[in-house]
Design a protein around this ligand. Structure first.
Ligand SMILES: *[C@@H]1O[C@H](CO)[C@@H](O)[C@H](O)[C@H]1NC(C)=O
Length: 336
């Protein structure tokens, strides 16, 4: 990947109030408010990324930028944080929309179903109805993407990519077996640890430690990453993780069947959150589906070091869909 190309890609960081909860949204491309654009000038499609847990969108920026470049900068790409996984820095303004004040309070918004409702509320208030959507889910973001397809059939989702999907039998996976007791039973111990040990540290120190840690791991980031050591965000990520272990049990065959033609599954070969057995099982149940097994040994957390490979594949799979949409766009330009 040519890094000089990626550097020029504009990315805006926004904190918005969604369902009354501070939410970080990173927007790749020149469009920040799609409603401000004249209808004819609006992009025809939005690529929407739903992260894994924890939902630190900053980590998805190199992936989003690369995909943006590879799709010829024609379509905005947005990444949304999970509710409660990001707090705005003190000096950052939190944007509100009048629609949000009408949004009904979501029960248990930091839980798994609450996070689904949170994404739905965002799409309904921040994306014009006629805009087509490509939804890219990663890890638990895949479960959320399927729920969105099920609960909001009115949304014009033309394609959904489910990357390293954790959509079934999560607590039986190698990592799930370790995480389940840790997240469910030791949750309170983890809270106490977070609040007692991390809370007293001044923000500057936490930020310094986070930065050093990320540098040592050679992780790129550009936007607020302070939340990694923010007890409130850790507690919410742990809470969501615990719910995932309990609630992601049976694969939702009905939703998968109903939307199979839009779905592309990408399973890893060394994914401790999703063994290749699950790939074989789903492949057997849906032989006609676009269900792929990774041939590049990408890790579950591809976004850190393998975002280029993943973005390249997605751009490729999207080519036909996007050229159809571009044909429509050019059509309307010559008409006017
Ligand atoms: C979906 O199919 C699998 C395998 O056939 C089955 O084990 C699972 O229980 C099904 N899920 C639901 C919700 O029925």
């Amino acid at each position: 990947m040519d890094s000089s190309i990626k550097e020029e890609v504009p990315v805006h960081e926004e904190f918005i109030l969604c369902c009354g909860v501070e939410t970080q949204v990173l927007k790749c491309g020149p469009w920040t408010n799609l409603f401000n654009e004249q209808r004819a000038n609006r992009p025809k499609l939005l690529i929407f990324i739903i992260t894994g847990n924890p939902g630190f969108c900053s980590f998805y920026v190199p992936f989003a930028k690369t995909l943006y470049s590879l799709t010829n900068r024609r379509f905005p790409i947005w990444v949304i944080s999970h509710a409660g996984h990001a707090l705005a820095p003190k000096d950052k303004k939190i944007l509100t929309t009048s629609d949000d004040s009408n949004a009904q309070e979501i029960k248990d918004i930091y839980g798994l179903q609450g996070q689904v409702e949170h994404k739905l509320a965002f799409l309904r208030t921040h994306v014009p109805k006629e805009m087509k959507l490509v939804v890219i889910g990663h890890s638990i973001g895949c479960y959320i993407s399927l729920e969105i397809l099920k609960l909001a059939p009115e949304l014009p989702i033309i394609r959904s990519f489910l990357l390293f999907p954790t959509i079934e039998r999560l607590s039986e996976t190698p990592n799930g077996r370790i995480a389940t007791p840790l997240l469910c039973w030791l949750r309170y111990a983890l809270y106490v640890f977070g609040y007692l040990l991390l809370k007293p540290w001044p923000e500057k120190i936490r930020s310094l430690i986070t930065r050093i840690g990320l540098q040592m791991m050679n992780v790129q980031y550009e936007f607020s990453v302070l939340n990694i050591l923010e007890p409130f965000c850790i507690a919410n990520a742990v809470y969501l993780g615990g719910q995932e272990m309990m609630k992601v049990v049976e694969r939702d065959n009905e939703t998968i069947r109903a939307h199979l033609s839009k779905l592309t599954f990408y399973y890893g070969t060394m994914d401790a959150w999703c063994p290749t057995k699950y790939y074989e099982d789903i492949k057997k149940d849906f032989p006609e589906g676009d269900i792929r097994l990774c041939e590049k040994k990408l890790p579950h957390g591809f976004i850190i070091h393998f975002y280029g490979e993943m973005a390249g594949m997605i751009a490729d799979w999207l080519k036909d869909d996007l050229s159809k949409i571009e044909a429509l766009t050019h059509g309307s330009v010559t008409d006017s």
